[in-house]
Design a protein around this ligand. Structure first.
Ligand code: DC
Length: 202
């Protein structure tokens, strides 16, 4: 049986952690759709044309630790404004969403554009300051040299580009349950997500 859980929201709000925990809880497959845009963005850093990169994307391109860097995140956000890039990635995401056994997809436009008929929709958010602090701690733990000001500016720049673009902007679907993780720990955020999905399943 297919059952799609769409989880959208801005960078570092806890979407990834919640999506993985929800997928494990329900025994569903999980797709981090940001990785698709990151893989395309990473290729453009070598000078490859973004549309050509999106059309040539293969599964192995997603399996690369360097996709997590702040430079690749910004490149991903830049290629994500291009309609042809987004169009090239639609079929793969929709097929994943309808696979037998259930699927969790996290991104920016899953509940609005990719899977408007998803059985459950969440929009996970938090203040820019809280998200920047979390991302800063992650980067420091990985040994990256940066400052909180740089990370906050980066978060704000990416939010604005993702939110204000013409194609599939980041916005909560009208029927999404909004979870603000600004003052929630991981366990409480995951519990809130599972409760909202259980309510949609009932
Ligand atoms: O979720 P993330 O930080 O890995 O996403 C990287 C960028 O990719 C994000 O800034 C915008 C883009 N993106 C998108 O436009 N639509 C999605 N469904 C997922 C990501």
């Amino acid at each position: 049986m297919a059952f799609t859980i769409a989880i959208d929201g801005p960078a570092a709000a806890g979407k990834g952690t919640i999506s993985k925990a929800v997928a494990a809880h329900f025994g569903f497959a999980h797709l981090d759709t940001g990785l698709l845009y990151r893989a395309v963005g990473a290729k453009t850093l070598d000078g490859t044309d973004p549309i050509a990169a999106s059309l040539a994307l293969v599964a192995e391109d997603l399996d690369n630790d360097s996709l997590r860097s702040p430079e690749v995140a910004q490149a991903a956000s830049r290629v994500a404004v291009i309609g042809e890039v987004r169009a090239a990635l639609v079929d793969f995401q929709r097929a994943f969403a309808r696979r037998a056994g259930g699927a969790v997809l996290d991104g920016r436009d899953i509940g609005t554009v990719i899977c408007p008929n998803a059985e459950a929709k969440l929009f996970v958010t938090a203040s820019a300051e809280v998200r920047a602090e979390r991302r800063y701690q992650e980067l420091i733990a990985k040994g990256t040299q940066t400052s909180i000001e740089t990370v906050l500016a980066d978060v704000r720049e990416r939010d604005a580009r993702d939110r204000d673009r013409a194609e599939a902007p980041m916005v909560a679907a009208k029927d999404a349950v909004v979870i603000d993780t600004s003052s929630l720990g991981i366990e409480d955020a995951v519990a809130a997500a599972i409760a909202a999905i259980e309510a949609a399943r009932a």
